[in-house]
Design a protein around this ligand. Structure first.
Ligand code: DA2
Length: 288
């Protein structure tokens, strides 16, 4: 099993993550809290109340976990394609796999990474939703002191299964959308480099960026549900399942609730995934 794809997936994911985390914080807050009037209002309030650091809350855990999550995603994707088409990453430009195979490999990568992503994503969402300022004297202390304290508190209050709250919604979000992610990327690359040559860096940036936007546009409704289910717990509303969360959110806030965070998700998705694919392709070419 080639391991380069796993290592390239890790490094490229980490670069994309640092770039996109401030957007991600604004998105999570818009999706789960009703106190903000929109993106700008959320950014201004976060900055005023928590300074720039507020945008980077909950980042240390994803940085640590991206090593595992992104390397599983790209590694499983590439190795599934190898199993389906008997071509390595280097051979795939000359003998391109069918879009059906790319879709299956993407869904497989998406499905497998979920069970590693779920606890890390849950902790990230809980920390991002803490709006208390640590710097301000007199303000109430945040519920969780950091990622380790957050994980320990969840285990204590909700049991170890609590760490997987929202995992089913995450599976429904990531399995098909990662198929769409890789198909969009491949399709766009093949439009500008149809003769089996490697796509240029500009093509990879644009194709990666649009793959991110397309997949996140499709993923946003389930992303909202996933974030709400992750926030449910001893202190918040508890839902009976994905369908219950969908029905109650739509009844109380209208259908627009499923598109909360779409704009910020798309703005974040372009640079994050452009950088992720550019570094992934270049690392594999260097090692190839
Ligand atoms: C629609 N979904 C779930 C995805 N496209 N997932 C791939 C993640 C890529 C990158 N780390 C990101 O956070 O955008």
């Amino acid at each position: 099993m080639p391991v380069e794809e796993f290592v390239a997936g890790w490094i490229s994911g980490a670069l994309g993550l640092v770039l996109g985390h401030p957007f991600d914080t604004v998105k999570v807050r818009l999706q789960t809290q009703t106190t903000y009037r929109g993106i700008i209002d959320c950014m201004v309030k976060t900055y005023r109340h928590e300074s720039l650091l507020g945008f980077f809350k909950g980042m240390s855990f994803p940085i640590a976990s991206i090593a595992v999550v992104n390397s599983i995603l790209f590694g499983v994707y590439s190795n599934t394609l190898l199993a389906l088409t008997a071509t390595s990453h280097q051979e795939r430009r000359a003998q391109p796999p069918s879009y059906r195979h790319v879709f299956i490999a993407g869904c497989t990568g998406g499905f497998v990474q979920v069970y590693c992503l779920a606890p890390f994503d849950l902790i990230k969402v809980r920390l991002q939703n803490q709006t208390e300022s640590r710097a301000r004297p007199g303000s109430p202390p945040p519920r969780y002191r950091g990622p380790v304290h957050c994980a320990a508190s969840i285990c204590q209050e909700e049991g170890p299964r609590g760490l997987f709250r929202g995992a089913w919604a995450l599976t429904l979000r990531d399995t098909p959308t990662l198929g769409i992610y890789f198909v969009t990327y491949e399709w766009l690359c093949r439009q500008s480099a149809p003769d089996g040559q490697n796509p240029s860096s500009a093509t990879v940036l644009v194709a990666g960026g649009f793959a991110g936007i397309t997949s996140w546009a499709v993923a946003t409704p389930l992303d909202v549900i996933k974030s709400r289910m992750q926030m449910a717990g001893p202190k918040h509303r508890v839902y009976r399942g994905v369908l219950d969360c969908m029905a109650r959110s739509a009844r109380q806030e209208g259908l627009g609730v499923f598109f909360r965070g779409l704009t910020i998700n798309s703005a974040r998705a372009f640079p994050v995934n452009a950088v992720t694919f550019l570094s992934y392709e270049h690392l594999l070419r260097w090692w190839g």
